[in-house]
Design a protein around this ligand. Structure first.
Ligand code: ADP
Ligand code: MG
Length: 253
């Protein structure tokens, strides 16, 4: 089993899960770590965001979850060869239903990842708390929650924490809440400060000191199939994710 298996989860869409997964993976890989990204979202944004053509994938996570392909046959190289990726496409949507009758259905991803040897595995979750996300939480040692800096930031977090707690109690006792990361932060607005202090009130030092600013370079990087480090490494977004990767390493060891 890999040392650190980090599920990046928030059941809201568009909060920065995929951006965070890709760029943490990229910066840790650049720092010399052995890193695997697992795309467990049927939207496959991590897959396309790293430049893979979803129409020409070969074996995907879906095949691996149902033992139709060996995990090693599904792992592809991305990010200039430094990152390993298990890709996904829309076929994975069926897994949410097809897993239901499977024995030990919550443990399928855990079994897939069990024999892999990486310093870090990041699991980019779909925007739901269904069976795919539960599989991610059961496979994970840690969970990281990106929270978009917006008026409704706190909404849904109670349900998310309850789900994490249930998985911890029933399925994966060592699961650790690694922290909460503020994304799309705009320091010019007082709303950003409000959201941050509200989060700190609830989560204390689980809130990462590093915040990810709203930055157009981050938004355009996926269209070039690149992590921000290879798109514009001097952008604010790049520097923030580099700092976040360092803070994550500090917190995890
Ligand atoms: P999720 O995976 O939670 O759905 P994404 O990472 O895909 O969220 O982000 C949603 C959208 O916002 C994407 O178009 C992405 O490129 C953009 N985005 C993410 N983070 C930032 C940011 N810090 N600044 C600007 N745009 C961002
Ligand atoms: Mg996503």
């Amino acid at each position: 089993m890999a040392k650190n298996v980090i599920a990046i989860l928030n059941q809201k869409g568009g909060v920065g899960k995929t951006t965070t997964a890709i760029n943490l993976a990229a910066y840790l890989a650049k720092a010399g770590k052995k890193v695997l990204l697992v795309d467990i979202d049927p939207q496959g944004n991590t897959t396309s965001g790293l430049g893979l053509d979803k129409k020409a994938l070969g074996a995907t996570l879906y095949d691996v979850l149902f033992s139709r392909a060996a995990v090693h046959s599904a792992i592809q190289k991305a990010g200039g060869g430094k990152i390993s990726l298990i890709p996904s496409d829309s076929n994975l949507a069926a897994a949410e239903v097809e897993l239901v009758p499977v024995e030990h259905r919550e443990y399928q991803l855990r079994a897939v990842l069990a024999d892999l040897d990486y310093d870090y595995i990041f699991i980019d979750c779909p925007p739901s708390l269904g069976l795919l996300s539960i599989n991610a939480l059961v496979a994970a040692s840690d969970v990281l929650i990106p929270v978009q800096t917006e008026f409704y930031a706190m909404e849904g977090l109670g349900q998310l924490l309850a789900t994490i707690q249930q998985v911890k109690q029933a399925l994966n006792p060592p699961l650790n809440l690694l922290g909460v990361v503020l994304t799309m932060y705009d320091k010019r607005t007082s709303l950003s400060d409000q959201v941050k202090s509200e989060l700190v009130n609830h989560f204390g030092d689980k809130v990462f000191e590093t915040v990810i600013p709203r930055n157009v370079r981050l938004a355009e990087a996926p269209s070039f199939g690149k992590p921000i480090a290879d798109h514009d490494k001097w952008s604010k977004g790049a520097r923030a994710y580099k700092a976040l990767a360092k803070e994550l390493e500090r917190r995890i060891t």
